[in-house]
Design a protein around this ligand. Structure first.
Ligand SMILES: [Zn+2]
Length: 104
């Protein structure tokens, strides 16, 4: 056993000496659980499917202001419409877990 300091709560934890942990990157089980809860909480707020969640996340990362767009989800796809009526088609690929932008 060896000890590591959790980067979030600062508590010292015993871990297996074989665990691969970079210095300053360890998250203890408690903080990991909370983090996951936060993430799930965020997703549950609006997304009903993983595809929906991934697409919303993609839009956020691309700095879309979601309130300004109409987003229609259909299976693994979403059609995003802006105030001008311009549309963008997004497809979630479950194999790569990537969202790609497709032409309509
Ligand atoms: Zn912690």
């Amino acid at each position: 056993m060896r000890t590591v300091v959790c980067m979030k709560c600062g508590q010292v934890w015993n871990v297996s000496r074989y665990a691969k942990i970079g210095s300053g990157t360890y998250l203890c089980p408690n903080c990991r659980k909370n983090k996951r809860k936060d993430e799930i909480g965020m997703a549950v707020k609006q997304a009903k499917t993983i595809a929906e969640y991934a697409i919303r996340k993609w839009l956020e990362e691309e700095k879309f202001v979601l309130e300004c767009f109409q987003v229609e989800f259909q299976g693994h796809e979403a059609v995003v419409t802006d105030g001008n009526g311009d549309k963008l088609r997004l497809i979630y690929d479950p194999n790569t877990r990537m969202v790609v932008c497709a032409d309509l």
